[in-house]
Write a new protein. Structure first.
Length: 276
């Protein structure tokens, strides 16, 4: 009993320590965003409570000067097309790999694995030249094309689920005169809802938080996304940490709400895909 009590105490102590480590930085940013410029100039500590807990002027300044309304619109446009294309391409590719026999099938899977292992930064020069040659540089279609064409992980997620669908369903549909595309559209795709939910959430959060691709391929200020909106504060607001913190909270809040609301789908999707 003593050992069990000690083990339980150590477990709770480690959980409390991990919780503090995770929550302290967001708490410091939130408290800083609620402080006035005068409080920050007086050297207020990061975890010190603000004089006015309802001081929301920093959020208005960050939203207006950071052009976050346009950034949210551009981000939503990219998310819709990038996630939709990823789901279609990933599910169709997984269906073709699992259900059809063709030459060089194993080398294709090996190339997918190699592509997932190659660091993306090592191919950026060639990628930039290809995007520029297609005339997509400094447009919203550049990140959309890159997000759709470089997500090998989604193919493997879909592949695990497609392999769990009995081929007897395909055979029964073929006896009724259905072709390959009809089988995919009527049978395979509806049964991939757990995998689709997992890919949509993971891909959406990754795309939403990505800074490198939008910053490199969309240098125009009119094409800013939510991940690059805070970069506008590097000039006149470079020392105004209260405004920068307010902008950070505005950027984090949508992702946090979506993740907390749909986290069970992420865990269920990964566990189901791993067990099939």
């Amino acid at each position: 009993m003593t050992r069990r009590a000690v083990a339980r105490s150590l477990m709770y102590a480690s959980l409390l320590t991990a919780t503090a480590v995770v929550l302290l930085p967001p708490a410091a940013v939130l408290l800083t965003s609620l402080k006035s410029e005068r409080e920050m100039a007086n050297g207020s500590g990061a975890l010190a409570l603000p004089d006015d807990p309802f001081h929301l002027g920093n959020y208005a300044t960050a939203f207006q000067d950071g052009r976050m309304l346009a950034a949210f619109a551009n981000t939503a446009f990219i998310l819709v097309f990038a996630i939709g294309g990823t789901v279609l391409i990933g599910s169709m590719t997984a269906y073709a790999i699992d259900r059809f026999s063709f030459r060089c099938k194993r080398p294709v899977l090996a190339l997918f694995l190699i592509a997932a292992l190659v660091p993306g930064v090592t191919t950026q020069v060639a990628t930039f030249q290809i995007v520029n040659s297609f005339g997509m540089f400094d447009s919203l279609w550049a990140p959309i094309a890159l997000y759709m064409g470089t997500d090998i992980v989604s193919i493997y997620i879909f592949l695990q689920f497609v392999r769990s669908i009995p081929t007897s369903l395909d055979e029964a549909a073929r006896l009724d005169g259905a072709n390959a595309f009809t089988i995919y559209r009527r049978i395979i795709f509806p049964l991939l809802k757990p995998a689709i939910a997992t890919v949509v959430i993971v891909k959406g959060i990754t795309t939403y938080n990505d800074f490198y691709i939008p910053f490199l391929y969309m240098p125009s200020e009119d094409l800013g996304v939510i991940s690059t909106s805070l970069f506008r504060f590097k000039g006149p607001f470079g020392a105004h940490w209260e405004t920068i913190s307010a902008g950070t909270i505005l950027v984090i809040l949508p992702t946090l709400i979506v993740f907390l609301s749909l986290q069970r789908y992420i865990y269920n999707g990964f566990t189901q895909g791993a067990s099939r």
